[in-house]
Design a protein around this ligand. Structure first.
Ligand SMILES: [Zn+2]
Length: 171
């Protein structure tokens, strides 16, 4: 299920992946979805598949499913990736769709650095959140950048996320 939000009323709309695949097969560039809540016609731009291959992949994070939200995956980019609870009035790089009240809208920052050898290194810091950011159960000190690796479990509020250093969709 692909999730979008109505730009008019912020209602969450789920689009079955089967339908998305169909649009791609028909080579549609744009399509429209009607909001179930306010009947607004939402125009969707469908990304051509070749564009995805061009984007540089730098690992991704998996947000584990819990009572507050579904499993989600977000690709990371070189530099800073800001994470937090999605809210329509907040701009963040990784907007996690969750009802977790202990996750702040700006909760943590993951930094991806490329070494001269080409190797990627990953670091995480707390973004002055109320309850803090935990790496393997250990709370980060203010302004501390902790190196994280493939499979590292990070806790934001009551929600766990896992770093994957492989390419999204490669498995
Ligand atoms: Zn709407």
């Amino acid at each position: 299920m692909k999730r979008i939000f109505c730009p008019k009323c912020d209602y969450e709309i789920g689009i079955p992946l089967e339908r998305v695949r169909q649009w791609k097969q028909e080579k549609l560039q744009t399509t429209a979805v009607v909001c179930n809540n306010c009947t607004y016609q939402i125009k969707l731009r469908l990304t051509p598949p070749q564009k995805k291959v061009e984007a540089k992949q730098c690992g991704y994070i998996v947000v584990l499913e819990n009572v507050f939200g579904e499993r989600q995956e977000f690709p990371l980019v070189i530099g800073e990736n800001r994470l937090g609870r999605r809210n329509k009035d907040t701009v963040t790089d990784i907007p996690i769709i969750t009802g977790d009240p202990s996750m702040d809208r700006h909760h943590a920052i993951i930094k991806v650095k490329q070494m001269k050898s080409g190797k990627l290194k990953f670091y995480i810091a707390d973004d002055e959140s109320r309850v803090g950011t935990f790496v393997l159960g250990d709370i980060l000190a203010p302004k501390e950048w902790r190196e994280i690796e493939d499979g590292t479990i990070i806790t934001l509020g009551a929600t766990s996320i896992i770093l994957s250093t492989s390419e999204l969709g490669a498995k």
